[in-house]
Design a binder for this molecule. Sequence first.
Ligand code: PRP
Ligand code: URA
Ligand code: MG
Length: 211
Amino acid sequence: MRLHVADHPLVAHKLSVLRDADTASPTFRQLVDELVTLLAYEATRHVRTRDVEVVTPVATTTGVKLANPSPIVVPILRAGLGMLEGMTRLLPTAEVGFLGLQRDEETLEAITYANRLPDDLTGRQCFLLDPMLATGNTLVASIDYLLQRGARDVTAVCLIAAPEGIRVVEQFVGDRADVQVVVAAVDERLNEKAYIVPGLGDAGDRLYGIV
Ligand SMILES: O=P(O)(O)OC[C@H]1O[C@H](OP(=O)(O)OP(=O)(O)O)[C@H](O)[C@@H]1O
Ligand SMILES: O=c1cc[nH]c(=O)[nH]1
Ligand SMILES: [Mg+2]
């Protein structure tokens, strides 16, 4: 598994405002969208392309376009939904699948309540979206769904990761697939409730309100 931590002052600035407990939902949503757009630039560095002929007003040249089949973007509901538009803005031809997983706050197990993915992901580049990588249980379950359908090229875009969760994902992936995790920051640790410290709290609640 490859880990890429975005090292950019704009990312650091936006993340700091996002972390602030006084940042309300509308600003929080806007910042998540902006951060994803910045991370997407890194996450798509190896997106597959094909050569095409381009006729400019001056000459004919060779350019590139995204290769087929198009990438698939999969937000992990709920919180990952806040990252979808920022990602598809850069990848407008991508298809979108959905996974709904909720962490059981007692057992920390990831429970699946929605799964709408293509049956066959062989040869598809997959981009998973979830702001928080805490214990890693949610991301492992999500990567597993993609691998079971034949995907071997998976990039997870997260805002904040805990070192504990990164290790769990690393151990799960091993050499089964080419998995990349792109994050805005790796924080210190998990607390006794498995929340990321310093983190930003519950990303889903901060985006959409408490349920
Ligand atoms: O790494 P883990 O320990 O599995 O935790 C991370 C997960 O927890 C949050 O989702 P949550 O379960 O709160 O669901 P929500 O998006 O509906 O709020 C977050 O968005 C991740 O999906
Ligand atoms: O810190 C955390 C951990 C899990 N899920 C969140 O939304 N935040
Ligand atoms: Mg939540």
